[in-house]
Design a protein around this ligand. Structure first.
Ligand code: ZN
Length: 343
């Protein structure tokens, strides 16, 4: 029987201190060459083991093999110049030094496929793999070639589709596209963002997810959140069209955010990954706190469509805290499972 309320993480988990600087976002690697490739796979093994110990049902690589969720992907493409970087405002919020698109984009080799095969060989559990979404990719680049956000996003969608098809062939069960930019550029999302996302999943048989959030707990993001008022209604702008899209699962930030939970009504019928663990503070959620978030979500999401998960960005947490938070997710989910089975 399929397990009720399968748990997962939104994305990154802490890396071992011999691979990257602890508690640091986007840390440079501490190893090089073949030591680095071996080190990444060893880290992936450790991360998988910790997820299993914590009772996570849908496991991932914990993003152990990437430094940054967008740039590590782009590093594998031709048409991008990493030497001559430009400073641009990303997510309409903060300046970042980003690579330049200087010619036609193409993916000459797979990006994460070998890593996904490696993870697949370690476990029979369902596995989820995260890729950057097309709109978020173009928002993390300077475009000196296509001169059109929409056209560039479409090119990325085609490239992501090539990668996604190979990840599916490698045995990935759920392919997730991370689209924090969906929470910022509503008109573009509705005009072409969701169309690009659907191009990225074209022809896939495995399950597909889109993760939409308010960004990692960096200062630019926490400052922005202060300006959003008491109710964060960004999801309201894009949910109606997402509800009609071909994406199977929508992954959201819920716990300790100010997202009114009733907005889930707008995506009724979709599977929903509900972020029930806060990553912006070190305090461990109690099982009862996790259960309370899930019970609220269950008012709008059918039990067989609810996937409890963490909010994204656990990478900079101390390791023991991240592990305890995963355990809290499992314990809180188990409370709700028992209630559902008793009724
Ligand atoms: Zn996120």
């Amino acid at each position: 029987m399929k397990k009720l309320l399968p748990t997962s993480t939104a994305g990154s988990l802490p890396k071992p201190s011999w691979l990257a600087q602890p508690e640091t976002l986007w840390s440079p690697w501490k190893l090089q060459g073949s030591e680095l490739s071996d080190g990444k796979h060893d880290a992936l093994r450790v991360s998988l083991h910790e997820q299993q110990l914590a009772g996570v049902d849908i496991v991932s690589d914990g993003e152990q093999t990437r430094q940054h969720f967008v740039t590590t992907f782009i590093e594998h493409l031709t048409g991008v110049d990493f030497e001559n970087r430009k400073t641009v405002k990303i997510r309409d919020r903060y300046d970042a030094s980003v690579p330049c698109v200087v010619g036609p984009l193409s993916r000459t080799k797979p990006v994460f496929v070998d890593d996904a095969k490696f993870l697949r060989a370690q476990t029979k559990q369902p596995i989820k793999w995260a890729l950057p979404g097309p709109m978020t990719m173009i928002d993390t680049l300077y475009d000196d070639h296509y001169h059109s956000r929409e056209k560039l996003a479409w090119e990325f969608a085609k490239i992501l589709n090539q990668e996604a098809k190979e990840l599916e062939a490698a045995g990935v069960d759920i392919i997730q596209f991370d689209e924090p930019a969906f929470n910022v550029f509503f008109d573009d999302v509705n005009d072409w963002g969701i169309a690009c996302l659907e191009r990225a999943i074209e022809g896939l048989q495995c399950e597909t997810a889109v993760h939409i959030c308010y960004g990692y707990g960096i200062k630019a993001n926490t400052d922005w959140k202060q300006t959003l008022g008491n109710e964060w209604r960004q999801y309201e702008e894009i949910f109606p069209k997402l509800q009609k899209s071909n994406i199977d699962i929508i992954s959201l930030e819920c716990h300790n955010s100010r997202v009114p939970i009733e907005l889930l009504e707008l995506i009724r019928g979709k599977k929903v990954m509900v972020g029930a663990i806060d990553v912006a503070r070190n305090e461990i959620e109690t099982p009862e706190e996790v259960a309370a978030t899930l019970r609220e979500a269950l008012k709008y999401v059918d039990a067989d469509k609810l996937y409890p998960c963490t909010n994204c960005g656990m990478a900079p947490l101390p390791r023991d805290i991240a592990n305890d938070k995963l355990k809290a997710l499992s314990a809180g989910t188990e409370l709700v499972r028992k209630e559902l089975l008793a009724n």
